[in-house]
Design a binder for this molecule. Sequence first.
Ligand code: CA
Length: 413
Amino acid sequence: MPQSPWLPIPEKSDFSIYNLPYGVFSTPTRRPRVGVAIGEQIIDMAALTARGKFHDLKIPLQVFEQPSLNAFMSLGKPVWKAVRQRLIQWICEENSPLHQLQEESMLPQSDAKMLLPVQVGDYTDFYASEEHATNVGSMFRGKENALMPNWKHMPIAYHGRASSIIVSGTPIHRPKGQLMPTGADRPVFGASQKLDFELEMAAVIGVSSELGTSVTTEEAENYIFGMALFNDWSARDIQKWEYVPLGPFLGKNFASSLSPWIVPMEALKPFVTEGPKQQPEPLPYLQKANPRNYNIHLEVYLQPAMQEEVQICRTNFKHMYWSIQQQLAHHTINGCNLRVGDLLASGTISGSQPDSYGSMLELSWNGERRLQLGEASRTFLEDGDTIRMYAYAEQDHKRIGFGEVKTKILPPL
Ligand code: CA
């Protein structure tokens, strides 16, 4: 692995040489295009391509001058790998084309506006954390019946909505809908009183599969381009009244926030770890040969209007019961095809301790306990609150960060 980049990278930077995540950005003088984060800079991939620097890799001229990563992802894994190797080499080589062209091909991240990095086709939301499913199940069905009988046999999921996926920094309005007040015999219409976040990670599909075929747990990783942070907003009161018998709908589809940088799977390799033991043993198509969880630290901060932010959750992605590879195998076992740009979200990531719960629903135990935040306190989220999620993986002096996903809640429209 390379050791000495010629450009300055702060020691605790999210964007070390080991990371090199992809995003889409624009500036007043640069139309939306693909960039790669390194230290506090962005490498303008379109500018390098315009200078013929990826010509030998047969990368078409317009692939990076796009408002999404989809065209680049469509080129396939060998190309992702070749581009990554070249960037690592250029960041470390004194007289590399990147160094020579740095005036036009690099810019400070602070000068760029980050855009939604992926044109999302289909969005699927899983429910893969045993702790989260147990907490929610205990609240609504009692401790004895917390997990449904199917939960330990398959990664449970539903099809979400792609049109309302937004990039970090885009505020959301509190949603309105039908609510069923406790003890009432008919619903009322109004703004959600139980607006919540869900701490999740999202896998971005970079390779399509054919309709009628399925992807095994072993092959699954080849279909994933990278991972990002994901806040799957939820209106618990709307959800509660609508979800039987067909599942989540308007309580979930008003917005989901994605972080702007997609961390390549290649960068995550050093952080692969064993997941929880699965008991009972899953059916053969869901069995895994290798450890495939990821050791990624996750943090959530809540900032009430005019106040400092307070950390409200700290957990780890490695606790997930069902791995991404198992989710993908399950998703395609009936012949359902994947397309470039599809997004698979993990479901809320909760740990076993009360300060590791990944939603207000669990942190406040459905409103039974108030969370103290300096002067303020919360059960669910209020207008003016900002939720910031942050994630990183670190070991053996290698650190890679996911950046953040940060969203402010505005009053209902
Ligand atoms: Ca979710």
